[in-house]
Ligand binder design. Structure first.
Ligand code: 2AM
Length: 485
C-alpha cells in the first residue's frame, strides 16, 4: 500500500511545471511530480528537486495513490489534446470530490467544457491562468483560478501562498469565477499585454523618428515615467532595453528585425470581442500591428513608392511634447483597460459568471507582465463600486482622461502630420470620443441600410417600432425581416 504523502500532484515537468513545484516546496507543501516521459521525473528528482521534500511517480496510478484526499492534481502540459488525454487517464484513479487543475494555456471554451464534463462525474475542475513566465512560476506568479467553486476552499491556501504578492502584501491570486472564467480572464490579460506593448512601441517610434531622441534620452524618459503613474514592469524593461548596448557599443534594439511574433492569445481576445460585439479596438489594433509588421517585404516595397508628408520635422517645444506624450500613453492605457473590463463584463453576463473585477485587478498587480501601480487604481475603482458600468466612469479615471485629453489630441495631431503610425494611441482616442458622443452617425447608417436593403429603422421617439421608408418611390413598401449579425 502506497502512502498518501503529497499535498498536491503536478503533471508536466517542462520549465513552468518544475518551477511551480519548487515554489510549492518552498512554501512547505509536499508535491508529487509526474511527466509523460517518465525519465524526466528521475532527472528532476536527481537534479533541481534533490534535497527537497518533492516526491515522484512513474505512472498516473502511482501519482494518485500518493495524494492526500481530496486529491489535487495540477496539469501543466501542452494545451489541447494533452490535457484531455491526462484527464481521461486520471479519471479511473480519482474519487468524487477530487480536484483537477489545468494551469496550462488552454482556450477558455475547452475549460467550460471540461468543467461541465467533470462535474457530471463528481470531479471538481479548475482552469487557472498562470502568468509571469519562468521566474514568476518559481518565485511568485499571478494566478487566475476559475471553475467549480467547490474546489476553491481546498486549493486557496496553496495558490495564495505560492502567488506573487502585491506591494501591500496581498496575494496576486483570487477566485475569478465559475467554469471557464479563469482561462477567460487570462486570455484578456494577454490581450491587454499586447495593447500595453504596442502603445509603448508607438511612443518609442514617435520619440525616435519624430523627435530624433537618442537612446539615452529615451531611456531617461522611460526612467522618469516609471516614477509616476506609468510605473510598471513594461516601462521598466523598455528603459533597460533602450540602454542595452551590443558589443560594438551601439543599441542592440536597432539590430533586431522588426517583424513581431505572436502565439495567438491576443488574437483570441480580438475574435472574442467581435463575437460579443464589444469594441475592444486597442487590442485589435495591437494584433493587426503585429500582422502589419510581419509583412516586411511588402512594407519595404511600399516604403519606396507610397508618398508620406514632405520634410515634416517637429518644430515645437521638445520637452513639453515629451510630457504630453506621457499623458497620451497614460490616457490610451486607461482606455485599453476600460475596453478589456467591458469585454469581461459582457462575458460575465453571457456565461452567468459572477466575475470579481477588483480581485482581477489585484491579481494583475504583481507577478505578471502587465503589473503596474495603475492596476491598484483599477482595484480601488471596483472596490468602491463593484457594479461600475465602465472604468472611465470612475471619478479617478474620469479626471485622469479629462486632464490628459488635450495633450493626447495634440500629440496625435503632430504624429499624424509627421506621418508616424499610431494605431493604438489613435484608436483609443477615437473610442473615447465615440463613447462620449450621445449621438453617433448610425442614424445615417440605418437609413442607408433601409434604403438599399429595406432593413428598417427605429425612430428616436418610438424605439422598438421598426419602420421602413420607400426612399426612392420605386422600391416596394415591403421590409426585410430584421436580424442581428
Ligand atoms: P513530455 O516531456 O513527455 O514531452 C510541455 O510540453 C509538457 O507537456 C511536457 O511535460 C510534455 O511532456 C507535455 N506534453 C506535451 N504533449 C503531450 C501529450 N500529447 N501528452 C502528454 N503530455 C504532453
Amino acid at each position: 500500500m502506497v502512502e498518501a504523502v503529497a499535498d498536491i500532484g503536478l503533471i508536466g515537468l517542462a520549465v513552468m511545471g518544475q518551477n511551480l513545484i519548487l515554489n510549492m516546496n518552498d512554501h512547505g507543501y509536499t508535491v508529487c511530480a509526474f511527466n509523460r516521459t517518465t525519465s524526466k521525473v528521475d532527472d528532476f528528482l536527481n537534479g533541481a528537486a534533490k534535497g527537497t521534500n518533492i516526491v515522484g511517480a512513474h505512472s498516473v496510478e502511482e501519482l494518485c495513490a500518493k495524494l492526500k484526499r481530496p486529491r489535487k492534481v495540477m496539469l501543466l502540459v501542452k494545451a489541447g489534446a494533452a490535457v484531455d488525454a491526462f484527464i481521461q487517464q486520471l479519471l479511473p484513479h480519482l474519487e468524487e470530490g477530487d480536484i483537477i487543475i489545468d494551469g496550462g494555456n488552454s482556450h477558455f471554451p475547452d475549460s467550460i467544457r471540461r468543467c461541465k464534463e467533470l462535474e457530471e462525474k463528481g470531479i471538481l475542475f479548475v482552469g487557472s491562468g498562470v502568468s509571469g513566465g519562468e521566474e514568476g512560476a518559481r518565485y511568485g506568479p499571478s494566478l487566475m483560478p476559475g471553475g467549480n467553486p467547490k474546489a476553491w476552499p481546498h486549493i486557496k491556501n496553496i495558490f495564495q501562498d505560492i502567488a506573487a504578492k502585491a506591494p501591500d502584501g496581498a496575494p496576486c491570486c483570487e477566485w475569478v469565477g465559475e467554469s471557464g472564467a479563469g482561462h477567460y480572464v487570462k486570455m484578456v490579460h494577454n490581450g491587454i499585454e499586447y495593447g500595453d506593448m504596442q502603445l509603448i512601441c508607438e511612443v518609442y517610434q514617435i520619440m525616435k523618428e519624430g523627435l530624433g531622441m537618442t537612446h539615452e534620452e529615451m531611456a531617461n524618459t522611460f526612467e522618469e515615467w516609471n516614477k509616476h503613474e506609468l510605473d510598471s514592469f513594461l516601462i521598466e524593461i523598455t528603459r533597460d532595453i533602450l540602454k542595452f548596448k551590443d558589443t560594438d557599443g551601439t543599441p542592440l534594439v536597432e539590430k533586431i528585425l522588426d517583424t513581431a511574433g505572436q502565439k495567438g492569445t491576443g488574437k483570441w481576445t480580438g475574435i472574442d470581442s467581435l463575437d460579443r460585439g464589444i469594441p475592444v479596438t486597442l487590442i485589435g489594433e495591437a494584433v493587426y500591428s503585429r500582422c502589419l509588421s510581419s509583412l516586411k517585404d511588402e512594407r519595404v516595397r511600399a516604403s519606396k513608392i507610397l508618398a508620406g508628408p514632405k520634410d515634416v520635422k517637429f518644430q515645437g517645444d521638445k520637452k513639453k511634447f515629451i510630457d504630453q506624450l506621457g499623458q497620451a500613453l497614460y490616457a490610451a492605457k486607461i482606455v485599453s483597460y476600460a475596453q478589456g473590463f467591458m469585454l469581461m463584463r459582457q462575458a460575465g453576463k453571457d456565461y452567468n459568471w459572477k466575475l470579481n473585477f477588483a480581485g482581477i485587478a489585484l491579481m494583475w498587480r504583481g507577478g505578471c507582465i502587465i503589473r503596474s501601480v495603475f492596476l491598484g487604481k483599477i482595484k480601488d475603482a471596483y472596490t468602491n463600486n463593484p457594479e461600475l458600468e465602465n472604468l472611465l466612469f470612475d471619478p479617478f479615471f474620469q479626471k485622469a482622461t479629462a486632464d490628459a485629453q488635450d495633450s493626447w489630441r495634440s500629440v496625435l495631431a503632430d504624429a499624424i502630420k509627421m506621418g508616424i503610425p499610431t494605431p493604438a494611441l489613435s484608436t483609443a482616442l477615437n473610442f473615447y470620443d465615440g463613447l462620449r458622443h450621445e449621438k453617433l452617425p448610425a442614424n445615417l447608417l440605418q437609413a442607408q441600410r433601409d434604403y438599399f436593403g429595406a432593413h428598417t429603422y427605429e425612430l428616436l421617439d418610438a424605439p422598438g417600432k421598426h419602420v421602413h421608408t420607400n426612399w426612392t418611390g420605386k422600391g416596394g413598401d415591403v421590409s426585410a425581416s430584421t436580424y442581428d449579425a
